[in-house]
Ligand binder design. Structure first.
Ligand SMILES: Nc1ncnc2c1ncn2[C@@H]1O[C@H](COP(=O)(O)OP(=O)(O)OP(=O)(O)O)[C@@H](O)[C@H]1O
Length: 469
């Protein structure tokens, strides 16, 4: 009876989610979820792997929260745990108990047992791709100026593991595609070398496994696992700073693999020299190979990424909506994708077609909650061009007719006023114009708005839209 209630509630929530997400997303990520416990304040869900746990938390948490609220009318905490099996011998025990509890429920009811975790690290099997996300491939990665070099280097490493750049070190801000590229390398290597042992792991998980193996007196199993790999991909290495013992172990793992001519790929949110308390000997080893950065993508690339995502998930999204979203989120592709998912869900739940207005409504909270959102040059261009009903391409074109030159000068003025960008940078995104053109536009509009009331009102209105929307 209680299990039935738990299942029925989850089924309802799932139905709501199915209305707002594509079939592919539901089949890949949501259907494998098992409901574990429902109380009056929380719902615990189990995912088959650590990876799917992280993925769902990053991408679908808000939607699950919204759907569970719609179904239960209670603001439930959603707790996700992974019941990933590491040891097949324990398979039988890992059946997730399905228990419905409420805080006032019969006290004799046993709390749900935590999914058993084994602590013995198992060796990686040749050809095993289970540590890789099937969606992160080179085919689904969009290149632009911000990531072209990293992409080319990643491809070279994937084509010739341990021959070109070893180690290969990628760094860049949050959500810019480092993990995606690492997985893409892993997939390509396995495609070309189906017998290789490839392991992707976050440095946090590496640390946890190390700690557990020491706790359980199995450090040898840990070493066996990590020192018998052909391609080791370690994500977010910055988390090793301050963990001296883990650094020491990683150092030995690194040496063993490198000496044996195995490929090592590392990512971090910053350059090795900026990772505080990283041991010098480790830092210098990272410099043996290639260190490359990934920058935030420009507007064109952001739009291309949204287009690709829409294509992959079979979504129809009008171009102006993509421009709208891409102009407002400029430094995190995960957030960019999240915004698109939110717009799609909003349209589907409200049974309305996707327009710019609907996108604005759907993302209202996302943008206003984000108080530190910086005004981007592209945002200024997008809002000015839409205000004057011209295309962004016309705004940055060479043509100098008044109906284009005037909005262009206003846009340059606002870029200077509302962003910290340099004059040459502003000139660059207005069709590669010289910085003196920007100075001229700025001075002209500053002077004119002092005497021209209408122009002054226009500038104020545009400023409001740029800052508030
Ligand atoms: N160039 C790109 N083309 C297509 N999708 C991309 C691109 N860059 C990033 N993404 C997508 O953006 C999301 C975030 O990327 P990813 O997780 O690789 O970022 P990250 O740099 O590893 O971030 P973190 O530092 O948080 O680990 C992923 O869904 C990824 O597929």
């Amino acid at each position: 009876m209680e299990n039935a209630q738990l299942h029925a509630t989850w089924e309802e929530i799932l139905k709501k989610l199915e209305n707002s997400l594509s079939k592919m997303v539901c089949d890949t990520w949501l259907k494998p979820i098992k409901p574990i416990v429902l109380t009056t304040t929380s719902l615990e869900l189990g995912t088959p792997t650590d990876f799917s746990k992280d993925w769902i938390e990053k991408h679908y948490m808000q939607l699950i929260l919204d759907a569970s609220y719609e179904v239960t009318k209670a603001k439930l905490d959603i707790i996700i745990t992974s019941f990933h099996l590491q040891d097949n011998s324990q398979e039988e025990q890992t059946q997730i108990p399905l228990i419905y509890t409420t805080p006032t429920a019969n006290k004799t009811e046993e709390p749900p047992a935590a999914p058993p975790r084994t602590t013995s690290p198992l060796p990686i099997t040749p050809g095993d791709s289970s540590s890789l996300n099937p969606k992160y491939t080179f085919e689904t990665f969009v290149t632009g100026n911000s990531n072209r070099f990293a992409h080319a280097a990643a491809l070279a490493v994937a084509e010739s593991p341990a021959k070109v750049y070893n180690p290969f070190f990628m760094y860049g801000g949050v959500g810019l595609g480092k993990t995606h590229l690492m997985h893409a390398i892993g997939h390509k290597i396995l495609q070309n070398n189906p017998d290789m042992r490839v392991l992707y792991i976050s440095s946090e998980k590496f640390t946890n496994e190390l700690i557990n193996s020491i706790r359980d007196g199995k450090p040898e199993a840990f070493r066996q696992k990590y020192r018998n790999i052909d391609v080791l991909l370690v994500d977010d290495i910055q988390f090793l700073s301050k963990k001296e013992h883990t650094q020491e172990e990683f150092f030995h793992t690194f040496n063993t693999l490198h000496d044996a001519n195995k490929q090592i790929i590392i990512s971090s949110d910053r350059h090795p020299r900026e990772i505080q308390t990283l041991e010098d000997r480790l830092r210098s080893r990272f410099e043996w190979g290639l260190i490359t950065d990934i920058q935030a993508p420009d507007l064109e690339t952001r739009i291309a990424i949204l287009r690709k995502k829409a294509l992959l998930e079979n979504l129809t999204v009008p171009n102006d909506v993509m421009v709208y979203i891409a102009s407002r989120i400029d430094n995190n592709i995960r957030e960019l994708e999240g915004a698109l998912t939110r717009v799609m869900a909003f349209s589907s739940l409200n049974k309305q077609i996707i327009t710019k207005e609907l996108a604005a409504e759907a993302l209202k909270n996302v943008f206003t909650n984000n108080e530190s959102r910086t005004v981007t040059l592209e945002l200024v261009q997008e809002i000015v061009s839409s205000y004057f009903k011209i295309d962004i391409s016309e705004l940055v074109a060479k043509k100098r007719t008044r109906n284009l030159a005037f909005p262009r000068q206003i846009a340059m003025y606002l870029c200077r006023e509302l962003t910290d960008s340099s004059l040459p940078r502003i000139g660059e995104i207005f069709g590669g114009r010289d910085h003196t053109t920007v100075i001229h536009a700025y001075d002209k509009i500053s002077q004119e708005r002092k005497t021209d009331k209408k122009l002054d009102t226009t500038i104020k209105e545009l400023t409001k839209r740029i800052k508030n929307i």
